[in-house]
Design a protein around this ligand. Structure first.
Ligand code: TXA
Ligand code: MG
Length: 342
C-alpha cells in the first residue's frame, strides 16, 4: 500500500502542486492529474518502468495502449513520423484543436517505448488544454503517457474524489484541479491520405471534438469491426466505462419492463415529466444529465459523475433515457451503450 496524497491546484496557486507532480514523475513515479476531459494517470512517457506502474495500478491489460501528452505542438514530430501526404492536415488539426480533446494516432518513432503503444507501430498523441496538465508536462520537460485514472473497464473519473475511489493506496499523488470541464475522454482519430481528395479520418473513439467539427478537414468514418477483426482502440471494446450496477439503456419509454420488488434508479436527460420516462415507474432515485434545458455539453460534463452517484446507491439497476445522437450526443450515447453492454 502506498499512501495517496492529494494536493489542490487552484488557478492562482498551482505552483507547489505542479512541482510535486513533476518531481515524482521525474523520479519514475506515477501521478493522477486533471485534464479538461477526465483525470489521467500519468508517467514519464520515455520511462518504460514508470509506464509499467500505470498498467499495474489500473490493472490494465498490456494490449491497451496509452495516449502520450505533449506540452507544445512541435513535440509531436519527436514522437511520430508524419508523412508528407498528411502533414498539412495534421498541422491544421493541431492548430485548430490543440491544446484540446483531439487525439491523433500516427506512425511512431523508436524513442517511444513499446510498452506505451502495446507494441503497435503507431502512437496516440494529444496536447491537453488543462492548465495543470500543461504546466506539469512543461516542468517535466518530457511527454506524459496517461490513460484515464480509473481501474480498467470502470467509469472514468471527472473529479479528484472519483480518482481517490478508484486508485487510493495505489498511487503516491493526486493533483486536485477541480471538476473536468469536458467530462468525456478525447476524440481519437487516425488519418488515411487519399489521392486528390481530403483525407479519411477513422473515428476510433467519439468525444468532445465532434464529427461536425472534423468534417471541414476530412471525411469522417466510424470504425466498424468485422467478426474476428483486431481491435484498434479498446475504446472499441463493447463493455467499458461500466458501473457495477447493471445499466439498462432504453430507446423508448415502453421498452421498460420492471421486475417485481426490484429497486430502479433513472438517469434522465432533462428530468421533465413530458419526456415520458419520469412517470413510468416509482423510481428510487432520479438524476438528470441536463436539468431543465437539455444541453448536451452539460450532459457530457455530468455523465460520469451521475453514473458513479447512481452506482453507489445500491440499486438493482440503473435505467437510462437516451439522448439525441447529434454533435456531442454521439459520444454520450457511445459511453452509455458500452456501460449498458454485458
Ligand atoms: O481524454 C483522454 O483521452 C484521457 C486524458 C487523460 O487524456 N485519456 C484517456 O486514455 O481516455 P485511455 O487510456 O483511457 O484511452 C485511450 C484510448 C484507449 O482506448 C487506447 O486503446 C487508445 O486510446 N489508443 C492509444 N494508443 C493507440 C494507438 N496507437 N492506436 C489506436 N488506439 C490507441
Ligand atoms: Mg480509459
Amino acid at each position: 500500500m502506498t499512501e495517496t496524497r492529494i494536493i489542490t491546484a487552484s488557478e492562482d496557486d498551482m505552483k507547489s502542486a505542479v512541482s510535486a507532480a513533476a518531481e515524482l514523475l521525474a523520479a519514475g513515479e506515477i501521478v493522477a492529474l486533471p485534464a479538461e476531459t477526465v483525470y489521467g494517470l500519468g508517467a514519464d512517457a520515455f520511462n518504460a518502468d514508470a509506464v509499467a506502474k500505470v498498467f499495474a495500478a489500473k490493472e490494465r491489460p498490456s494490449f491497451d495502449p496509452l495516449i502520450v501528452h505533449i506540452s507544445r505542438k512541435g513535440e509531436m514530430y519527436d514522437l511520430a513520423k508524419v508523412d508528407d501526404s498528411i502533414k498539412d492536415t495534421v498541422e491544421k488539426l493541431a492548430s485548430t484543436f490543440w491544446p484540446g480533446p483531439l487525439t491523433l494516432v500516427l506512425p511512431k518513432k523508436d524513442v517511444v517505448p513499446d510498452i506505451v503503444t502495446s507494441g503497435l507501430p503507431t502512437v496516440a498523441i494529444r496536447q491537453s488544454a488543462h492548465p495543470v496538465f500543461r504546466a506539469v508536462c512543461k516542468e517535466l520537460g518530457r511527454p506524459i503517457a496517461a490513460p484515464s485514472a480509473n481501474r480498467f473497464g470502470r467509469i472514468s473519473p471527472t473529479s479528484a474524489s472519483a480518482v481517490q475511489k478508484e486508485l487510493d493506496g495505489r498511487i503516491p499523488l493526486i493533483v486536485d484541479g477541480g471538476a473536468c470541464c469536458e467530462g468525456l475522454e478525447s476524440t481519437i482519430i487516425s488519418i488515411e491520405p487519399r489521392e486528390g481528395k481530403k483525407p479519411l479520418f477513422w473515428l476510433l473513439r467519439a468525444g468532445p471534438v465532434t464529427k461536425e467539427m472534423l468534417q471541414p478537414f476530412g471525411r469522417v468514418e466510424k470504425v466498424k469491426l468485422k467478426p474476428g477483426e483486431q481491435i484498434q482502440a479498446p475504446g472499441q471494446l463493447a463493455s467499458h466505462y461500466a458501473p457495477r450496477t447493471p445499466m439498462i439503456l432504453l430507446t423508448k419509454p415502453s421498452d421498460f419492463e420492471p421486475e417485481e420488488g426490484k429497486r430502479y434508479g433513472l438517469l434522465s436527460y432533462r428530468g421533465e415529466e413530458d419526456d415520458g420516462y419520469l412517470d413510468l415507474h416509482d423510481w428510487e432515485m432520479v438524476e438528470s444529465l441536463s436539468p431543465g434545458n437539455g444541453k448536451l455539453a452539460e450532459a457530457a460534463i455530468r455523465l460520469f459523475f451521475l453514473m458513479r452517484l447512481l452506482d453507489e446507491a445500491g440499486l438493482d439497476a440503473i435505467v437510462v433515457e437516451p439522448v439525441s445522437e447529434t454533435g456531442l450526443g454521439v459520444a454520450i450515447m457511445d459511453r452509455l451503450r458500452r456501460a449498458a453492454a454485458k
